[in-house]
Design a protein around this ligand. Structure first.
Ligand SMILES: [Zn+2]
Length: 289
């Protein structure tokens, strides 16, 4: 393939390593799942001698430039950089010709990756490729009208919280399309650090709702739950948490980013989705801090 006019998107494409130099760790069985946003490309990779790896870089026509880092079978990290030339195959798949160089140790090499036909999450050979999936697809969710309506209510509760002399945080629980309970922040007025609305509703859910009801309940909250609240929610066992403003964004306002994401604490217990109505949720914080 020649010429600089190749219009290729890497989004969603899955590749497998077919050849590599002896110094390389990526080898037979290593698979890469790419994403692309404008000129930015990224991929998770795993399999073969690689437990888990990530790469990030840019695409310019038919050339990828990126840096990579991964954990090998001995739980050692390694990193380097690569330039890949894209070749378009006759059947429409892509082949990547890589020239790579370690940063973390000595060594350079060449390798070839070929695109595999892979339905979502499963390789062409039926192998489970779940390691290649983003574990928490937050940020890409498609909110339903109901999600937006109840997130709207959580943001209203955050505004009411400020009117009552507290910080701008509000949450509610919804079951079968009905609001079950609501709360806003009361840390300042009650001089009680536990009165984040999410923790308070987690506590009340345990006291007032049967387990099977909790398992079908969604929390809508103006901000992603902090680690304290996510800890409480872990024991509440709700179905979903939907937030408007993420934890890292809150750090922009308060100067203190929560050290752990809610989705990490709630993994395997409660799905965490967001952001929803992010501009509106952020506006409350922009007015307050
Ligand atoms: Zn909290």
């Amino acid at each position: 393939m020649t010429g600089g006019d190749l219009e290729i998107s890497m989004e969603g494409r899955v590749f497998e390593s077919v050849t590599n130099s002896a110094d390389g760790e990526v080898g037979s069985g290593t698979r890469f799942r790419f994403a692309q946003d404008g000129e930015v490309i990224s991929a998770r990779y795993a399999g073969g001698a690689v437990r888990l790896g990530f790469l990030v870089g840019t695409i310019d026509g038919e050339v990828l430039e990126f840096r990579y880092a991964h954990l090998n079978g001995e739980y050692e990290t390694a990193s380097g950089r690569s330039t890949d030339r894209i070749e378009l195959l006759d059947d429409g798949r892509l082949r990547l010709h890589e020239s790579w160089q370690w940063d973390s140790k000595e060594g350079t090499g060449e390798s070839v990756l070929e695109e595999v036909e892979a339905p979502d999450g499963v390789g062409a050979d039926g192998r489970d490729d779940t390691l290649l999936e983003e574990p928490h697809p937050t940020g890409d969710m498609d909110p339903t009208p109901e999600d937006e309506r109840f997130t709207q209510r959580a943001i209203e509760l955050a505004r009411e919280s400020v009117e009552e002399g507290n910080r701008p945080f509000g949450s509610l629980l919804v079951h079968d399309g009905e609001v079950v309970m609501e709360a806003h922040n009361r840390v300042l007025t009650e001089n009680d650090v536990r009165r984040h609305p999410e923790l308070h509703l987690a506590y009340r859910a345990r006291v007032e709702l049967e387990e099977d009801v909790r398992q079908g309940t969604t929390m809508y909250t103006s901000t992603e739950p902090c680690p304290m609240c996510a800890g409480g929610l872990y024991y509440a066992g709700l179905d979903r948490v939907v937030y408007s403003v993420s934890g890292p964004e809150i750090g922009d306002f308060t100067g203190r980013e929560p050290p752990v994401r809610a989705e990490t604490i709630l993994e395997g217990v409660t799905r965490v989705d967001g952001p929803v109505l992010n501009d509106e949720g952020r506006a409350v914080h922009e007015a307050f801090w």
